[in-house]
Unconditional design. Structure first.
Length: 81
């Protein structure tokens, strides 16, 4: 996979062309004054879940990757502050 560095201004002015490059397999590193700040990579979809065990494993992965603390009510209340 090719990697290119692109400045923020170029991304802002040429986003659609950059996304075409990414869709063709090019990885883009977005820089701000020469320092990397973000990365665009081609989207890789996960295969569909075919059985219950796979679904439960995927659910566990999602839950473990969620760094949010607190209950849903606490999160809603926090957002209202």
């Amino acid at each position: 996979m090719k990697t290119n560095q692109v400045g923020i201004f170029e991304v802002k002015t040429h986003l659609s062309e950059i996304l075409v490059r990414v869709s063709r397999g090019v990885e883009i590193i977005i820089t701000n004054r020469g320092k990397p700040v973000a990365q665009l990579t081609p989207y890789k979809s996960k295969p569909p879940v075919t059985n219950r065990n796979q679904a439960l494993m995927r659910f566990s992965e999602i839950r473990s990757s969620n760094k949010t603390k607190g209950t849903i009510k606490e999160l809603i209340d926090e957002g209202r502050k």
